[in-house]
Design a binder for this molecule. Structure first.
Ligand code: NAD
Length: 353
C-alpha cells in the first residue's frame, strides 16, 4: 500500500499510529477532515487480519464520519480509531494508554463507543482524556432521537416519491425491533401507518403486534413484501444483489448502518429499479446529533430541533439526485462536500481578514 498516495486520494488530514510496549498497544487514529469542527468518531477494537486492513477500516470509516456530520449540519468533522487487538486481551491499562494518545491530540479528535468497546471501557478511556462522548448518558440514550430522525426521513421520502404528505394508510415493513425499531413503530403507528414487522426474537414481534396491531412476518419474508416502504433497523449489508430483485417497496428508509452491501453498485441498482434510497448515514444521524449535544451540554429541545434538519437535508439530496441523474448516495456526498468547501472558504476569509 502506498501510504501517502492512499491518504491523499481519500483526503485525510492526519493519521496517528499509536504504539506502546508496556502495556502492549497498537492503534490507529485517522482524522479525515476538521473543516467543520473537531473530528468525531468512535473507537473500534478488533483482531484485524493485517495492519493494512486496520488502516483501511480507519480511513474508510473516518471519511464516512465527515460526510455524516456535514449532512447532519453539526459543527464536527470526521475521525475514527481502531485498536488492533483480540477482545479477550483487552485490559484497562491498554485502554488508559489509548486514552493518553487521544488526549495528545488536544481535542482535534473526540471518540466514543464502537465494536468491542463497552460503556465501561469508555469510562476507562475517560480516566486519561476528556475527549470522549457517551460517558454521561444525560439524554437517556440515542434511540429516541435516531428513531425520530428516521421517521422524519420517511416523511421526506414519501413527500418526494408520492408527491403527497399523506402517511395514513401507507404500509411499512420494519426489520429489527430493538431500541430504534420499536420507537420508530410507535411514530409510524401514531400516524396511521400499517406495520409489518420481523425480528429474530419472537418476544419483540409479539410486543409490537400487541402495542400497535402490527402483522408479524418471518425474517426472510420481510424483503419481498408488497409494501410502500422498507425500513431496515437491524443489520448492515442487507441490501445486496441477492435481495434487490425481490424488493417491492418504493422507498428504503431505515436506521441500520451500512445497509448497502456495496455502496456504488447497490445504490446504482436501486436507482435503476426506481427505488428511492435514503442514505443510511443521513437518515440515522440522530445518534451523532445526540452524542454531539451530550458533548456540548445536553439540551433536549436543541437536539430535537437539530434532528428536524434530516427532513430538509433528505429533500435536498433527492432533488440533487434527480436533477443531476445520480444516486442518492452520490448526491449526499456532493451535498456534504459543498458544505465542507464553503466552511474552508469561510475559514480562509476569516484568516485573511
Ligand atoms: P438493537 O440491538 O437494540 O436492535 C436490533 C434488533 O434487530 C434486535 O431486536 C435484534 O433481535 C434484531 N435483529 C437481529 N438480526 C435480525 C434479523 N436477521 N432480522 C430481523 N431482526 C434482527 O439496535 P438499535 O439500537 O435498535 O439499532 C438498530 C440499527 O440502527 C443498528 O444497525 C445500529 O447500528 C443502527 N443505528 C442505531 C442508532 C441508535 O441510536 N441506537 C444510531 C444510528 C444507527
Amino acid at each position: 500500500m502506498l501510504l501517502f498516495e492512499t491518504v491523499k486520494e481519500m483526503g485525510h488530514e492526519q493519521i496517528l499510529f499509536c504504539h506502546g510496549r508496556n502495556p502492549d498497544i497498537k492503534a490507529i487514529i485517522a482524522i479525515h477532515d476538521t473543516s467543520l469542527g473537531p473530528a468525531m468518531g468512535a473507537t473500534r477494537l478488533f483482531p484485524y487480519v493485517s495492519e493494512e486492513a486496520a488502516l483501511q477500516d480507519a480511513l474508510r470509516l473516518s471519511r464516512g464520519m465527515t460526510y455524516k456530520a456535514a449532512c447532519a449540519n453539526i459543527p464536527a468533522g470526521g475521525g475514527k480509531a481502531v485498536i488492533i487487538a483480540n477482545p479477550e486481551n483487552k485490559t484497562d491499562e491498554m485502554l488508559q494508554a489509548y486514552g493518553r494518545f487521544v488526549n495528545s491530540l488536544n481535542g482535534r479528535f473526540i471518540t466514543g463507543q464502537d465494536v468491542n468497546i463497552t460503556p465501561q471501557d469508555v469510562r476507562t478511556i475517560n480516566q486519561e482524556t476528556n475527549y470522549v462522548v457517551g460517558v454521561s448518558e444525560k439524554s437517556g440514550g440515542p434511540a429516541p432521537i435516531t428513531s425520530l430522525g428516521v421517521f422524519l426521513g420517511i416523511k421526506a421520502a414519501v413527500e418526494f416519491r408520492f408527491q403527497s404528505r399523506q402517511l395514513e394508510g401507507l404500509k411499512v415493513a420494519v426489520q429489527g425491533l430493538g431500541n430504534v425499531g420499536k420507537s420508530l413503530c410507535r411514530h409510524l403507528h401514531e400516524h396511521g401507518i400499517q406495520l409489518f414487522v420481523s425480528d429474530v426474537n419472537p418476544a419483540k414481534t409479539e410486543e409490537i403486534q400487541r402495542l400497535f396491531g402490527a402483522t408479524i412476518v418471518d425474517p426472510e419474508e420481510i424483503y419481498s413484501l408488497d409494501v410502500d416502504i422498507f425500513s431496515p433497523c437491524a443489520l448492515g449489508g442487507i441490501i445486496n444483489s441477492q435481495i434487490i430483485p425481490f424488493l417491492k417497496a418504493q422507498i428504503i428508509a431505515g436506521a441500520a448502518n451500512n445497509q448497502l452491501g456495496n455502496e456504488q453498485l447497490h445504490s446504482q441498482m436501486l436507482t435503476e429499479k426506481g427505488i428511492l434510497y435514503c442514505p443510511d448515514y443521513v437518515i440515522n444521524a440522530g445518534g451523532l446529533i445526540n452524542v454531539y449535544n451530550e458533548m456540548i451540554g445536553y439540551n433536549e429541545e436543541k437536539a430535537f430541533k437539530q434532528v428536524h434538519n434530516i427532513y430538509d437535508t433528505l429533500l435536498a439530496i433527492f432533488e440533487i439526485a434527480n436533477q443531476q441523474g445520480i444516486t442518492t448516495n452520490d448526491a449526499a456526498k456532493r451535498l456534504a462536500e459543498e458544505r465542507i468547501i464553503s466552511a474552508k472558504a469561510r475559514k480562509t476569509k476569516e484568516i485573511a481578514a
